[in-house]
Design a protein around this ligand. Structure first.
Ligand code: SF4
Length: 387
């Protein structure tokens, strides 16, 4: 992937060794034992395996033209394509999977949106990795791999809160070029040091700032005309915020099901969501806001009123809809992301997670997928689907 990082071990954050880190400008020592460290980023600080170093243009979240930021299409799929042994079928929408008489998965039925026709694909082994929602959606539409009744259940994501303010010392400063790949520092989960019995599990914190395109408070500054524009200009260089990312516990009733009515234009039943926070999430969210206010007050910031907290559904870190485990009665996949019921089916996205943790899920998805793929190759070489 090419991950820039220092060798760190802070709180729940593991030691790791990568490319040279980005240099953080955030400060430490704002209390509660927090430690601000350079964030490991799958963004290149040096040319790496044919991909160029980041040139700090800015909008990474819109995709990286130079390929300096890791994504699976740019790195893994391209590498697979370069072997000459990958056949991509774009614009194909899977309707369902079908097993043969021996119970093994044999056929994928998909809707080719270019020809607007139903087509089939057969194979020896199948890997689902469209994301936790879509994997469960396909399995539910297939009525497959669900002897436990847990496909679609234990849907989880991350809980977010953010607290924003302005630092008076940054108001009205000269605007410099602040393009870059964003998010250079973070604070690993240290909540065990202060949470007491308020909630279990924890959260990490991402400090952010810089001159934005818009001030955070434009609609809260009274007045109009030149004075109002000047006030907005002064504020626009001074915005800072803390974004909190915490773990939502796994709950059986947080789930996706097939919508009884809604279908897409090919007639494929759509998924529908049932999702709620419980007491632990509400207590954690309250704590995030308290800690955020405390940190920003201590930093001397001017607090902003009227900021709306994030609500659930904000996260795109969906996991947990085909949970892994050793017992087929209470899990969908085994510890290698392999279906208990249909052994030539593997689910290599976030669906096998049993918890969201508070960390971003991509690295864990990749680690599980690697482990799963090694097993798949080994079993295929041995011409069997079990050990
Ligand atoms: S700033 Fe982001 S988009 Fe621009 S080169 Fe670097 S990683 Fe790519």
């Amino acid at each position: 992937m090419g991950v820039s990082s220092t060798v760190q071990a802070v709180g729940a954050f593991p030691r790791n060794k990568g490319l040279a880190p980005f240099t953080p400008k955030a400060c430490e020592g704002i209390g509660r034992g927090l430690k601000v460290i350079p964030i490991p980023k799958a963004v290149l600080t040096a040319d790496h395996h044919g991909r160029p170093a980041c040139h700090y243009c800015g909008p990474c979240w819109q995709g990286c033209d130079s390929g300096s930021k890791f994504d699976s299409l740019r790195v893994f799929v391209l590498a697979a394509q370069n072997t000459g042994r990958l056949h991509l079928i774009p614009n194909a929408r899977v309707r369902h999977l079908e097993a043969g008489p021996d119970g093994q998965l044999k056929t994928v039925h998909y809707f080719g949106t270019e020809k607007r026709a139903w087509q089939e694909l057969r194979a020896k082994a199948f890997v689902l990795c469209p994301g936790a929602i879509e994997s469960a959606h396909i399995l539910l539409n297939s009525k497959m791999a669900n002897s436990s009744g847990l496909v679609g259940r234990y849907l989880s994501e991350h809980l977010y809160a953010s607290v924003s303010a302005h630092l008076p010392q940054l108001m009205g400063r000269k605007i410099a070029n602040e393009d870059g790949s964003g998010l250079y520092s973070f604070i690993p989960d240290c909540t065990k040091n202060w949470r007491g019995t308020k909630f279990i599990r924890g959260y990490q914190i991402f400090p952010m700032g810089g001159a934005g395109e818009f001030t955070l408070v434009g609609n809260q500054i009274p007045g109009n005309g030149t004075d109002w524009m000047e006030a907005i200009r002064n504020y626009s260089t001074a915005g800072v915020s803390l974004m909190f990312q915490g773990e939502v516990l796994r709950y059986r009733d947080n789930r996706i099901e097939l919508d009884p009515v809604l279908k897409d234009d090919a007639g494929i039943p759509a998924p529908t969501y049932f999702y709620e926070w419980h007491g632990n999430e509400r207590a954690m969210f309250k704590d995030m806001i308290e800690v955020g206010n405390e940190i920003l007050h201590k930093a001397g910031a001017e607090m902003l009123p009227n900021r709306n907290p994030h609500e659930y559904g904000h996260s795109i870190h969906d996991v947990g809809t085909a949970r892994m485990g050793k017992d087929p009665r209470n899990s969908v996949t085994n510890p290698w992301n392999q279906s208990h019921d249909v052994p030539n089916l593997f689910v290599n996205d976030g669906a096998p997670f049993v918890t969201a943790g508070n960390q971003n899920p991509t690295l864990t998805i990749l680690a599980f997928a690697l482990r799963s793929s090694e097993r798949m190759v080994r079993l295929m070489q041995n011409n069997t689907w079990t050990d």
